[in-house]
Design a protein around this ligand. Structure first.
Ligand code: 13P
Length: 251
């Protein structure tokens, strides 16, 4: 049985004070033994959120990283700094980074490697654009992003990686992939990892992201190959995030 992760990606929302208020509310949640909860605040709020959530079992992650220990990289943040601030997970290759900041598969693979080297868990994001989807290129795009993004990951390291399938056309659009569509791509993702690494693929967590909301979480989580979700907009509001955390599959 794979333990699911419910992850919130706060993107560029919440000041440190707003993040602190949110974390203080999260701290009061009951402890869930059957699922992991993760929040990924902006860089400026990681240390205060991780201090508040220490000892709660709720994980804290970062949304990005620069793959070097330190150096003359103005405006960037290193894996060492993230770890020291309390991050345990790092989102790598989010489609907003690929599209807006022109991150390549190669650069994403460097990030994945750097995150692992600092004993944090990368969440490698993959997913096709609307045009790629309409051209029938979903599987080839996802395969390329996986093969390239994981190219620095050895078979010893793969078991710690989390994959997030986020079809770009579903992000922030209110148009989620149907649970069946997502499940089909997740099944494909697992088969690619199986080809690359063997049976360890069956224990890798594959999250779905893209317009996850309280009213679609239960049907998404009912799918066999969906091992959690990466939530944007709906993770910013305490009530909707906690409803998503509370999905009823295992209860
Ligand atoms: P939305 O949930 O706002 O569609 O965002 C999804 C996402 O990009 C999570 O990383």
């Amino acid at each position: 049985m794979i333990k699911p992760i419910i992850a919130g990606n706060w993107k560029m929302y919440k000041t440190p004070k707003e993040a602190e208020d949110f974390a203080l509310k999260l701290k009061k949640l009951p402890v869930y033994g059957d699922r992991d909860i993760l929040v990924c605040p902006p860089f400026t709020a990681i240390s205060c959120v991780s201090r508040i959530l220490a000892d709660t079992g709720i994980y804290v992650g970062a949304q990005n990283v620069f793959p070097a220990k330190e150096g003359a990289f103005t405006g960037e943040v290193s894996p060492l700094m993230l770890k020291d601030a309390g991050a345990q997970f790092v989102i790598c290759g989010h489609s907003e980074r690929r599209q807006i900041f022109k991150e390549t598969d190669d650069f994403v693979s460097e990030k994945v490697k750097a995150v692992i080297e600092y004993d944090m868990i990368p969440i490698l994001c993959v997913g096709e654009t609307l045009q790629e989807n309409e051209n029938g290129e979903t599987f080839s795009v996802v395969r390329r992003q996986l093969e390239q993004g994981l190219k620095n990951v050895s078979s010893d390291m793969i078991k710690n990686i989390v994959i997030a399938y986020e079809p770009v056309w579903a992000i922030g659009t209110g148009k989620n992939a149907t649970p069946q569509q997502a499940n089909e791509v997740h099944t494909f993702i697992r088969s690619v990892i199986q080809k690359m690494y063997g049976d360890v693929a069956s224990s890798i967590r594959i999250l779905y992201g893209g317009s996850v909301k309280p009213d679609n979480i239960d049907s998404l989580m009912a799918e066999r190959e969906i091992n959690g979700v990466l939530v944007g907009g709906a993770s910013l509001i305490f009530e909707s995030f906690t409803r998503i955390v509370d999905f009823n599959k295992l209860m």
